[in-house]
Design a protein around this ligand. Structure first.
Ligand SMILES: C[S@@+](CC[C@H](N)C(=O)[O-])C[C@H]1O[C@@H](n2cnc3c(N)ncnc32)[C@H](O)[C@@H]1O
Length: 334
């Protein structure tokens, strides 16, 4: 249920092309999921909890890193094929973006699209999304920006949009963020997405490809330690938002490619035997014990197309860079 709906006019009276729908995904679930995740035999926290304000800022820094090839490769692909993508959608499209973050990649599409009607960014990170949506609404005054703060892994309804004519809808899901879900969860999300679309609408998804593990391991273990800071910030967030006493210097970042599972795993490793208290509940860590904080699944083109087909999409286009690092799939609802 939407708890807050505000048009930007109510916030500062300047713009009338931005509105905010806040499902308040950060309340309640954070505490419950942290306590539940740390009570498991393999302690685990879902990666969606990385993204408080600081986490979102650190992620932006990761995107700039030399070792982190996905962002620049995907941007290059989008720039190269944006016209082709725009032609698939035609005039008066509605662009919906999952995990919109800074909303920077979508600008490449918006610049190529033919008179897009609206843009609906959906993100769990409230402040970051609000800032990005405000800037975008200012820069694109003829575009309706309907910002939605929600967790796309939970059931939620898209806000009604009928201010302008909409021909086709396109759900844009860049950054290989779909790789943070395991294949069963990814299939569920694809099926859920179809329920938001109609026959002929599309989904554009950035998917990281299987490749030499040396390249993958470097991408998640950068020399400047930004990914380590991003991972450790999760403990800082727990300390800030819950009554907790994690000592950040008693944990270290660990990321590696798990070939059997075709995924990068990120963990936080306890450097010593210790007990951490969260809201009066003690959590014991042996030396070397880990909290599993992220998976990033890698797919071959065929594996991802098969998944999309099982969900009910036709896989009509796929664009790949010359070094076979990254793919962008265009899927059409059957
Ligand atoms: C890996 S970043 C990608 C950001 C951007 N789309 C890009 O391609 O660079 C993941 C983004 O998805 C958001 N996010 C992660 N899990 C989410 C969830 N379950 N629901 C909504 N947003 C989520 C994060 O806040 C973050 O902005």
């Amino acid at each position: 249920m939407i708890r807050t709906v505000a048009s930007w006019c109510e916030i500062d009276g300047r713009m009338n092309n931005l509105e905010l729908h806040d499902f308040q995904p950060r309340l309640g679930s954070f505490r419950d999921e942290i306590l539940k995740g740390l009570a498991q035999a393999q302690k685990a926290i879902a990666p969606k909890f990385f993204y408080d304000k600081r986490g979102s800022e650190l992620f932006e820094q990761i995107c700039e890193l030399e070792e982190y090839y996905p962002t620049r490769t995907e941007i290059h692909l989008l720039k190269t094929y944006s016209q082709e993508i725009a032609d698939l959608i035609g005039q008066h499209g509605l662009l919906i973006e999952y995990g919109s973050g800074s909303s920077s990649k979508v600008r490449i599409l918006l610049d190529a699209f033919h008179q897009p009607s609206g843009y609906m960014p959906i993100d769990i990170s409230f402040e970051h999304m609000l800032q990005a949506s405000t800037e975008l609404a200012e820069n694109y005054p003829n575009l309706d920006v309907i910002a939605v703060c929600a967790d796309y892994t939970q059931d939620f309804q898209l806000p009604e949009y009928n201010k302008k004519l909409v021909n086709k809808k396109l759900i844009f899901f860049p950054g290989s963020t779909i790789g943070n879900l395991d294949p069963t969860e990814a299939l569920h999300l694809l099926k859920q997405s179809i329920s938001l679309l109609k026959t002929g609408d599309g989904m554009l998804i950035g998917v990281d490809l299987k490749k030499n593990p040396t390249i993958l391991n470097a991408a998640y273990n950068d020399s400047r330690g930004v990914t380590a800071a991003f991972n450790l910030n999760l403990l800082e967030r727990i300390n800030n938002e819950l009554d907790a006493n994690f000592a950040l210097d008693s944990f270290r970042h660990w990321a590696f490619y798990n070939q059997d599972q075709s995924r990068i795993e990120m963990h936080l490793v306890s450097l010593k035997e210790q007990t951490v208290i969260i809201e009066q509940t003690p959590f014991y860590f042996s030396e070397g014990e880990t909290i599993h904080t992220e998976n990033s699944y890698k797919y071959s083109i065929e594996e991802f197309q098969k998944l999309a087909k099982r969900a009910g999409f036709d896989s009509t286009h796929v664009w790949i860079d010359p070094n076979n690092l990254f793919s962008i799939h265009y899927l059409q609802v059957r």
